[in-house]
Design a protein around this ligand. Structure first.
Ligand SMILES: [Zn+2]
Length: 362
């Protein structure tokens, strides 16, 4: 099986050829570089991680999308992720029951504010059947059922623990793991008035395919709510990226404008919601984009031309800052990690854990 494929045309608009962002032979660090060789070999399955490490970011001169050229092949991806999403199947610290309280609280707060925001905008009126893609461990579906009287709520969840939590704690019977079976099974014969979809397009192997799937699952008059997509023109400016490198899980780096362009090409009419309308300030703080999509006429030509120059500049600024940060961290570590320990009479590694603070009375 070929475990990786090259994307030579834009997965968003189909334009070819894309423009390289790094000089020949130079690799851009991604979060994949943080995973140790041991972890990669331990559970790599059909995916050739070394080939994926050697990937590159390019930009589409037509729609300003920055995307990864090399990704797992459809066959390899299907084994792990199903059709919709694309993630590495490695044990995660919170992927076991009981789920840490903090994780549940955060998800519950996000789901509550999202669902209330949708209700405040009239999006739950007349909704009889909903699909919640990546369902916050069942919190979102529970609210839709219990507080808003949606009769049929189906859900897809990424992690085994979250899926079990959704069933056992939140009473969501109709929840399935997202990767296998995929969205086509067991829900593909159903149609929904509302689909709530968390971070689909940036992660998808085939974003256009995801858009088609979602549209096909809608009842007449139905809507898809896309939330929590990242606006990468903002993210490329943020210091968080310096720590981790480029997020490998994002195959497409959408901005608000390039995501909008993509969705219009796919035949969606877009309404952007203000958020959060209600709820605790900050609980939707990572929700950068909140779009309501309804099937409409497909746009034919989209040229956000200043966006291409802007995204290219942002990417290069991020990249040079990231390289500088890495170099300086390496340099500083030479001085910081080792210090003279007079009791041991030699070089000692400084403990990484923080020392307890002395009482203020002393
Ligand atoms: Zn494009």
């Amino acid at each position: 099986m070929d475990s990786t494929i090259e994307f030579s045309s834009c997965p968003s608009c189909g334009h070819t050829p894309p423009v390289a962002l790094a000089p020949d032979g130079e690799r851009i660090d991604t979060t994949l570089d943080l995973v140790s060789d041991h972890e990669l070999i331990g559970d790599s399955g059909p995916i050739d991680f070394e080939a994926l490490r050697d990937t590159d970011f390019v930009i589409c001169p037509n729609c300003a999308l920055i995307f990864l050229t090399r990704r797992s092949s459809p066959a390899a991806a299907r084994e792990y992720y199903g059709r919709l999403f694309h993630r590495i199947e490695v044990p995660l610290p919170f992927d076991g029951l009981p789920i840490p309280e903090r994780f549940v609280r955060r998800n519950a707060a996000l789901a509550r504010d999202l669902v209330r925001t949708l209700a405040a905008n009239g999006l739950l009126e007349g909704v009889r059947s909903a699909l919640y893609v990546r369902c916050n461990a069942g919190e979102g579906p529970r609210l839709l059922r219990e507080e808003y009287g949606v009769g049929e709520v189906y859900a897809l969840e990424l992690l085994p623990s979250c899926s079990r939590h959704a069933k056992e704690v939140n009473g969501s019977e109709r929840v399935e793991r997202m990767h296998v079976p995929s969205i086509e099974n067991p829900f593909s014969r159903r149609r929904f008035d509302l689909i709530i979809c968390d971070e689909a397009f940036g992660h998808a192997l085939d974003p256009a395919g995801v858009a088609r799937d979602l549209k096909a699952l809608l009842r007449v008059g139905g809507a898809v709510v896309v939330f929590n997509e990242k606006d990468h023109s903002q993210i490329l400016k943020s210091s968080k990226l310096f720590r981790n490198g480029m997020n490998f899980f994002h195959k497409q780096l959408y901005t608000r404008r390039s995501l909008q362009a993509f969705l219009e090409l796919q035949g969606f009419e877009i309404t952007e919601l203000p958020h959060p309308v209600v709820g605790k300030p900050g609980s939707l703080k990572n929700t950068k984009i909140l779009f309501v999509l309804r099937p409409g006429e497909a746009a034919t030509a989209l040229l956000p031309n200043d966006e291409v120059a802007q995204m290219t500049a942002l990417f290069h600024r991020w990249r040079s800052a990231h390289k500088w940060r890495k170099r300086s961290q390496r340099l500083l570590s030479l001085f910081r990690v080792r210090e003279i320990d007079p009791e041991a009479g030699g070089l000692a590694r400084r403990a990484r854990s923080r020392r307890p603070r002395a009482p203020s009375t002393q």
